[in-house]
Design a protein around this ligand. Structure first.
Ligand code: NDP
Length: 244
């Protein structure tokens, strides 16, 4: 059966691969992120390669008003939602906490935590109404094992896991499922974003590690979404074989 899948942060890395893998599976897609031209490129690519519907809209998940207006509108125009992949997120900076930028901290909290809450709160009423749905939140191994110089990013990803668990408990009387995906180091533009475009520093993150690829994470997301109604996978941790 063709599902209605809403992916945030679909213009790059893990989110883009998740969109591709759901399209390959035959699901219709509602995609958002901030970069309009990247959304248009992906829509054209997916519609050319697969027999699926792809709706897109620009969204900055940090902007509560924008989320509250655009998300319900987009879902209604799309015809509803079965799966939400709350993937939009980022890290900024890599410094000892005492030296780290408060602006970077605010950006990470606004995107990874508040943005996820804004989106989930606007999607859940549609799922409650139909008594079914699946929220898949992108956490990280950083939320399980804090690492040096990453205190705030790690805290945001620990928050993602706790939010998922809380939403699951609060929707326990429904057929809604909630899953946290917790990848380790994945080779994407994430590190370049983190280091404000410093490609050399970003490449050093993956040195000596056969890092997992975004399609490895997308495979897991598809697997988790394909379980029978009675099965809920609460969380999955996936990391490179060499990651400590
Ligand atoms: P990328 O930088 O490749 O992709 C991030 C995506 O998030 C982009 O599509 C970007 O789109 C979107 N995004 C960022 N900020 C916003 C915003 N304010 N509003 C809407 N969309 C936004 O990184 P990854 O694919 O690696 O990261 C995806 C998720 O996976 C993140 O939540 C990240 O924390 C998590 N993760 C990544 C790991 C890694 O090692 N790469 C490991 C574990 C978890 P645009 O710029 O167009 O808005």
């Amino acid at each position: 059966m063709c599902r209605r899948v809403f992916v945030t942060g679909a213009t790059s890395g893990i989110g883009k691969e998740i969109a591709i893998s759901f399209a390959q599976y035959g699901d219709n897609l509602l995609l958002c992120a901030r970069r309009e031209e990247k959304l248009a490129e992906l829509k054209a690519e997916l519609e050319a390669d697969y027999d699926v519907r792809v709706d897109t809209f620009t969204l900055d998940v940090r902007n509560r008003e924008e989320v509250e207006t655009k998300v319900p509108q987009a879902i209604k125009a799309f015809g509803g939602v079965d799966i939400l992949v709350n993937n939009a997120g980022l890290a900024q900076g890599l410094d000892d906490f005492q030296d780290s930028s408060i602006d970077d901290a605010v950006t990470m909290i606004d995107t990874n935590v508040k943005g996820l809450i804004y989106v989930a709160r606007k999607v859940l009423p549609f799922m409650m109404e139909q008594n079914s749905g699946h929220i898949i939140n992108m956490g990280s191994t950083a939320g399980i094992y804090a690492y040096a110089k990453g205190a705030v990013y790690c805290a945001t990803k620990a928050a993602v896991k706790t939010l998922s668990d809380g939403i699951r408990i609060d929707t326990i009387a429904t057929d809604i499922k909630v899953t946290t995906i917790q990848p380790g180091i994945v080779e994407t533009p994430f590190s370049e974003v983190r280091f404000h475009g410093d490609a050399q520093r970003a490449a050093s993150v993956y040195a000596g590690i056969d890092a997992i690829q975004p399609e490895d994470v997308a495979d897991i997301v598809l697997y988790v979404s394909n379980q029978p109604k009675r099965v809920q996978i609460s969380d999955v941790t996936i990391m490179a074989n060499q990651q400590a």
